[in-house]
Structure formats: structure tokens, C-alpha cells
Design a protein around this ligand. Structure first.
Ligand code: PEP
Ligand code: MG
Length: 589
């Protein structure tokens, strides 16, 4: 038995037989051609490119119908790149000047570009190199006349193990036939990771070398909650996981029964439980799991993997999709573009050249430097606000001045719409994320400027502890349960209450059940969590009284290390709902 650790990108546990994808990827039949065949190679190349573009567009259509527009647009990006005259010229020149076969020329040019991206040594660029590999494979498959991906024709359910999966391969996975997948390469923000989440296939990526230790048909366990895979598990481990799987299954079914009940404490205090979404289709996921609305719509995914910005009407359509899923009644908090640092990039985003992008020109700072882009998004949000309970929120605000600038721009956009006679909600609630320590410390002043706060504990933890949220080597420092972070949260909640504005938490902390009592006890009555976590957090809320939660919060605030805080909270949560804590170590979904 061998255990490997990687990055969990899609939750769930699966036990099954391995299907190992060959790491070669593409077959290049010959490297060079005789000079008299060069024009023939060019003709073959053009025909293959045409077929590959067609394939990418068909895939875009199919994926848009099956998963959603944003994921589909990844393949629109592929098609556009394959039609890029510069790229085509590069490949054709390779054939003409070096007598390369069309396959070899494609491979050389695409890999040179991928290498250039990888050498920038930034995770976001590295993940885009995988898209180039995908494109290379598609063109070469069309050149050699091979059928489509082997993954789309599986006869028995498997666990797919590969060096990396291209976005096309991931999109072709059928959740009924692929229990899970695990890859040696890949990162949190890759298209492959995003798609795994959307398809709800348990997945672990970035495992490092392991394919040499396993053969097709061997048994594997993929634990997408903890980011662990177990190759050839021993009997004990397999039994434990099987038991956990069963418990998780019945636990999930029990939780599902709470769908139509309110998130209300035992003594009748109502908590608004909202969902965090990245794609418009996920609005429905929040409702299906019993949420009250959308507390955070991360709009950056509208901008990803595109050569041009999304238009105002495209953005408006996405917001309307979410709003419609909410029956135009439930709240939808739209966060303006939070691009940069660990977030997906778009090609015109120069912040990627920075040495320290988390502290650089990212997020709201970027929008305030690019008013055309910012105003376009504000217009789309305002227009959608006419049709339902839309609220707007600014990310990464670090000073009052910045917040006031945002408000000024918003007022200008409102004025423009007014002049044009375009309707919008004049009372559109306005909020700010509190995710930078300076904003937390200035919370009282900030609270006078807005209608609500949403505490972003992912970034607040990162910036308070100076520990990169994506860097595994400093993961032991990174805990939202650290007393320094808790004191800031407490301060922000008190400031919001003093100014009588709403306050919620939307970082991952709010979806981790060990923090639920603490957050309620500190005075929060609104949480926004990953849709998958809604049922569990609701269950916990419904199992405690406010007095209990207050006692837990008071105790937790007395500790002076994150370890003590977390141990205490885990223990208190276990006393109330043992299965939530016990299953969270293994296969909680
Ligand atoms: C946060 O920082 O806690 C947050 C919710 O925003 P994101 O994870 O998108 O940075
Ligand atoms: Mg954030």
C-alpha cells in the first residue's frame, strides 16, 4: 500500500480500479518529409486545423449545454487560438523551412509556447500550458486520423490516473463511468480542477510522480476531501474507507432531508445560509441543497481564458441566470472582479508581471486603474438589479479612500444609466469584503460607508499571518482559527453591529463545521458557504442553542494559539454532531 498527498480539487471519496492513461499523449509518426511533399504537408495541416477548430466549437456547444457557458468558453478559446494567423504561420514556416512533418511542426511550435508560459514560473501560466497541450493533441489527432478521446468510450467504471488531464479529456469524463481522477501535475486553479468540481467527480491533482508505482487494474482510493490517494490499499484501509463511504452516503441522505427546513438554532434564531458560486449554473446548486440565496458570486470566472473582455450583455445574461434560479426573489451578492494573484488571469492582465502579486495591482486596485472595464461590469450589475434582489460587493478594499472611490464610480455609472433611461434598483445594497487587516482595523469607519460587510477569511488569514494561502510549505501557519484572525473577525462583527449593518463570513471558514458555533457565538447571523457544505452547516445550526454557541465563542477566544482553538472547537462540535467531525477526516462530502 502506498499513500500519496496532493491538492484536493473536488470533494468525495471513491474506491475502484485504476485506468492509467499513457503519458506520451500524442503520437508523432514521422519527424521530417522530403521537400517535394512539403506542399502536401501544408494542405494536411490546414485540413487538420479546420477539423480541430470544428471539433473545439462542437465541444464548446456540448459542454455549454452540459456544464455551462463559462466552461464551454474554454473551448471557444482553444478554437480561437487554432485560428490565430500568427500561430498558423509559425507552424507552416516550420514545415517549409525545416522540412518538418505537419505533426512534428505542430508539436514543436505548441511546446515552445507552452515552455515559454511555464518558464514564467507562475501557477496560472503553468495551468494554461496544459491548454496548449490539449490543443496540440487535438490537432495531431486530426492529422493522424485517430478517433476521439478514449475516455469517452469507457465500458466499466474506473478511477482515471494520469500525469495530467487536458481540459478536453476532463470534459469528456462521464461521472457515471469515472468514479474519480488523480493526476501527477496540475494546480488548484487549472481548468481541469474547475471542471472536476462542476462535474462533481472527486479529484486530487499535483500529486507528484506516482504513475510508475501503479498499473491499470490495480485498486485505488481517491479521497478528494483530504487530497490523498491510496494505491493498492491493504484490507484494513479498504474496509475503513468502505465503511466511511457508507456512512457518508447515509449522512448525506439524512442531511438532504433538511433541505426545506430553515437554518434556525434550537431556540429559534434564524440564520441566513447562502452559497458561494463561481458559475451561474451553480445558483441552482445552492437552492437544491437548501440555501437561502447566493452570498458570493465570484465574477472572475467570466473573464477567464478569453482573449477579449466579456461584454456588458454577456455579464448581464450571467447575472440574470443566477437571479432567475433564485426566482428573482432571493438575494444574490455579486462581487466585482477580483482578478490577480492566485486568481485566474486574463491575457491583458499585466499584474502577472509583478514580483509579489498578492500585494500588487490586483482585484479592486486593478479595476480602479481600468475604469472602462470596471464601469462595464457595474453597468451589467445595475441593469440586472432591476429584476431582483441583487447586491453589489467590492473585493480587497484596503483603505477608506479606495472604498469611496468605488462608490464614486458607481454613482457615475448610475447617473449614466439614469441619463439613458435604463432602469435599475436605486436602492441597490452596497457592501465591501473585509479581507485585508487594514480594512478590518478600520471597520467602524468602513461600516459608515456601506450597507453590509462580508468577511473574506481566506485572504484575511493570508494577510494577517503573512502566509500564502496557496503555499503548502506554510500551510501550518495558515489557519482562520488563529487568535489574531479571530480577534479581527470579532472586531469587524462588533463594528458592523454598532453601525447596524449586516455582516457575514464568506471565506472557507464559514463552511467548516468546527467554526459554526464560534461564528454564531460571535454574533453572526449570516454565512455564505460552498454549496456542498450548506446541508451540513444547516444541520449544525439546527442542533445548537445560541447560549451554547456564545459559551463556545467565549471559551475559544481565550486561547492563544490556533492549535488550542481548533482542538477545542473540534471537540465541542464532536459532542454535538460526532459524525460531522469524524467523517470530516475521511471522505466528508
Ligand atoms: C476570501 O478571501 O475569503 C474570499 C471569500 O474571497 P476569495 O476566496 O475569492 O479570495
Ligand atoms: Mg478574497
Amino acid at each position: 500500500m502506498e499513500i500519496k498527498r496532493g491538492i484536493p480539487v473536488s470533494p468525495g471519496v471513491a474506491i475502484g480500479l485504476a485506468m492509467v492513461l499513457d503519458t506520451e499523449g500524442v503520437r508523432i509518426p514521422r519527424r521530417a518529409v522530403e521537400p517535394q511533399f512539403i506542399s502536401n504537408e501544408i494542405t494536411r495541416l490546414r485540413a487538420a486545423l479546420e477539423a480541430a477548430v470544428l471539433e473545439a466549437r462542437e465541444r464548446q456547444k456540448e459542454i455549454t449545454d452540459r456544464i455551462g457557458k463559462q466552461v464551454g468558453s474554454i473551448f471557444a478559446g482553444h478554437a480561437m487560438l487554432m485560428e490565430d494567423p500568427e500561430l498558423v504561420r509559425d507552424i507552416e514556416n516550420s514545415i517549409k523551412q525545416k522540412s518538418y512533418s505537419a505533426e512534428y511542426a505542430v508539436s514543436q511550435v505548441m511546446r515552445r509556447q507552452a515552455k515559454a508560459l511555464e518558464s514564467l514560473n507562475q501557477p496560472v501560466f503553468k495551468t494554461r500550458a496544459n491548454d496548449l497541450f490539449d490543443i496540440e493533441k487535438t490537432i495531431i489527432r486530426n492529422l493522424v486520423g485517430e478517433e476521439s478521446e478514449p475516455l469517452s468510450n469507457l465500458r466499466n467504471p474506473v478511477i482515471v490516473l494520469a500525469h495530467d488531464l487536458t481540459p478536453s479529456e476532463t470534459a469528456s469524463l462521464d461521472p457515471k463511468m469515472v468514479f474519480a481522477f488523480a493526476t501527477e501535475a496540475g494546480g488548484r486553479a487549472s481548468h481541469t480542477a474547475i471542471m472536476a468540481g462542476m462535474l462533481e467527480i472527486p479529484a486530487v491533482v499535483g500529486l507528484g510522480r506516482f504513475l510508475t508505482d501503479i498499473s491499470g487494474g490495480d485498486e485505488v482510493i481517491v479521497d478528494g476531501n483530504r487530497g490523498v490517494i491510496i494505491l493498492n490499499p491493504d484490507d484494513d484501509t479498504r474496509d475503513r474507507y468502505r465503511e466511511a463511504q457508507q456512512q457518508i452516503g447515509s449522512h448525506t441522505r439524512r442531511l438532504h432531508e433538511l433541505r426545506d427546513f430553515p437554518a434556525e438554532t434550537e431556540d429559534g434564531v434564524r440564520v441566513t445560509l447562502l452559497g458561494n458560486i463561481e458559475f451561474p449554473q451553480e445558483g441552482q446548486h445552492c437552492l437544491d441543497r437548501g440555501g437561502d440565496g447566493v452570498g458570493l458570486y465570484r465574477t472572475e470566472f467570466l473573464y477567464c481564458n478569453r482573449v477579449t473582455e466579456p461584454s456588458e450583455s454577456e455579464q448581464y445574461d450571467s447575472f440574470m441566470t443566477v437571479l432567475r434560479a433564485m426566482g428573482n426573489k432571493r438575494p444574490v451578492v455579486i462581487r466585482t472582479l477580483d482578478m490577480g494573484s492566485d486568481k485566474l488571469f486574463y491575457p491583458w492582465d499585466k499584474s502577472q508581471d509583478e514580483r509579489n502579486p498578492s500585494l500588487g495591482l490586483r482585484s479592486i486596485r486593478l479595476c480602479l486603474r481600468n475604469l472602462t472595464l470596471f464601469k462595464k461590469q457595474l453597468r451589467a450589475i445595475l441593469r440586472a438589479s432591476h429584476h431582483g434582489d441583487i447586491r453589489i460587493m467590492f473585493p480587497m478594499v484596503s483603505t477608506l479612500l479606495e472604498l469611496r472611490q468605488c462608490k464614486m464610480i458607481l454613482a457615475e455609472v448610475k447617473e449614466d444609466l439614469e441619463d439613458e433611461g435604463i432602469p435599475f434598483n436605486r436602492k441597490l445594497p452596497l457592501g465591501t469584503m473585509i479581507e485585508v487587516p487594514s480594512a478590518a482595523l478600520m471597520a467602524e469607519e468602513m461600516a459608515k460607508e456601506v450597507h453590509f460587510f462580508s468577511i473574506g477569511t481566506n485572504d484575511l488569514t493570508q494577510y494577517t499571518l503573512a502566509a500564502d494561502r496557496t503555499n503548502e510549505t506554510v500551510a501550518s501557519l495558515y489557519s482562520p482559527g488563529d487568535p489574531a484572525v479571530l480577534r479581527l473577525i470579532d472586531h469587524v462583527i462588533k463594528a458592523a453591529h454598532k453601525q447596524r449593518i449586516d455582516v457575514s463570513v464568506c471565506g472557507e471558514m464559514s463552511g467548516d463545521p468546527i467554526y459554526t458555533m464560534l461564528l454564531l457565538g460571535l454574533g453572526l447571523r449570516q454565512l455564505s458557504v460552498t454549496p456542498q457544505n450548506i446541508p451540513e452547516i444547516k444541520k449544525l445550526i439546527r442542533s445548537v442553542t445560541l447560549d451554547e454557541a456564545r459559551t463556545v465563542a467565549q471559551e475559544a477566544m481565550r486561547f492563544d494559539t490556533a492549535r488550542e482553538v481548533n482542538n477545542y472547537l473540534r471537540e465541542r462540535t464532536r459532542r454535538i454532531l460526532p459524525e460531522v467531525v469524524d467523517l470530516s477526516g475521511m471522505g466528508r462530502n
